[in-house]
Design a protein around this ligand. Structure first.
Ligand SMILES: Nc1nc2c(c(=O)[nH]1)N[C@H]1C(S)=C(S)[C@@H](COP(=O)(O)O)O[C@H]1N2
Ligand SMILES: [Mo]
Length: 314
């Protein structure tokens, strides 16, 4: 069961470890032979998944999969508002202005509210979550995020009984994003979740990765992470979260509904019309791995989809 074991790691914005310090610390742990121990335990001991959740310090996720290198996590990105070239997003996004920033939460809620970034960082305890990320294109990573469960934000605004879905919108800043006026993509980027998916404890708003504030290319200053769904659901640089009665339109589902379903749960048995989803390339590894149903989180989230035909509602 992967829903409960994540321990809370309170991080105040002042305490964020600069990357070089973090790397020094990891080097030290490595020399001590400590890095990888968590992975070893998780791999061997039955029941270890409960007692040994993935952490940055263990260098692995709850299945014992090694963290993807910082340079790959931040250097190989999808952020189409800037470019469709994964390897130059970091350069093109480096001057993206993320301060001041605010996220408006509105729609079917008792207490509509606009949260400043500072409020998101200080009003919600920041936790560490090490998650696998599986892109619909067939590559994957293991990323240590910092952030907080979306349900904590939803508790603040109190969705009404009519609220059934949550619609998310990314920032769109023409002066700063090269593709902002692209004819190919109807930006702003939009995504959505069913309310029960949004309230699941695995669903987080991420504000950092590898113990540093989110780099622009990874969706600074705040982005969604839904680890059991294809990466495109994990919308970046969010400015608006609206509670709505009906399934909201989303960018990929609007452009190509046969290729990108609204649910987009990772599923090795449902192929993309143009390629198989049975295997994936873990960045940093050679060869391919089997793709896990619900990206390996089925035990935690499977009950959300009881009674649904996942090949029809993909
Ligand atoms: N606003 C916005 N969010 C986005 C995207 C995007 O192009 N624009 N790409 C998505 C896709 S396809 C993936 S796989 C993930 C990639 O996140 P990462 O680059 O931080 O690994 O972000 C998702 N969120
Ligand atoms: Mo993706």
């Amino acid at each position: 069961m992967e829903q409960k074991p994540y321990r809370s790691v309170p991080i105040s914005p002042e305490e964020i470890t600069p990357k070089h310090l973090y790397q020094t610390r990891r080097q030290f742990l490595k020399q001590m032979g400590i890095v990888g121990l968590g992975a070893f335990l998780a791999g061997c001991a039955p029941g270890a998944l409960e007692s040994t959740p993935g952490t940055i310090d263990s260098g692995a996720d709850a299945l014992g999969d090694a963290l993807t290198d910082y340079d790959a996590v931040t250097g190989y990105c999808n952020f189409y508002e800037f470019t469709t070239n994964k390897e130059t997003v970091d350069e093109l996004a480096q001057d993206f202005i993320t301060q001041p920033w605010s996220v408006t939460v509105d729609g079917l809620v008792e207490n509509p509210r606009t949260f400043s970034l500072d409020e998101l960082l200080s009003d919600f305890e920041q936790e560490e979550r090490v998650y696998r990320m599986r892109c619909v294109e067939g590559w994957s990573m293991v990323i240590p995020w910092q952030g907080f469960p979306l349900h904590k934000l939803l508790e603040e605004v109190q969705p009404t009984d009519e609220a059934r879905f949550v619609a998310f919108t990314s920032a769109l800043v023409p002066g700063q994003m090269e593709n902002a006026n692209s004819d190919l993509f109807p930006f702003p980027y939009r995504e959505g979740l069913r309310l029960d998916e949004a309230r699941h404890d695995l669903t987080i708003l991420a504000t950092g990765l590898y113990d540093e504030p989110l780099p622009p290319q990874n969706g600074a200053p705040v982005r969604l992470v839904v680890p059991w769904k294809y990466g495109f659901k994990s919308i970046k640089s969010i400015v608006r979260i609206s509670l709505v009665p009906d399934q909201p339109p989303t960018l990929w589902n609007t452009i190509a509904p046969q290729e990108y379903g609204f649910y987009a749960n990772v599923n090795p048995n449902v192929d993309h019309p143009r390629w198989s989803q049975a295997t994936e390339r873990r960045i940093g590894e050679t060869g391919r791995r089997e793709t896990l149903f619900m990206n390996g989180y089925a035990e935690a989230v499977g009950s959300l989809y009881e009674g649904m035909d996942l090949t029809e509602q993909f």
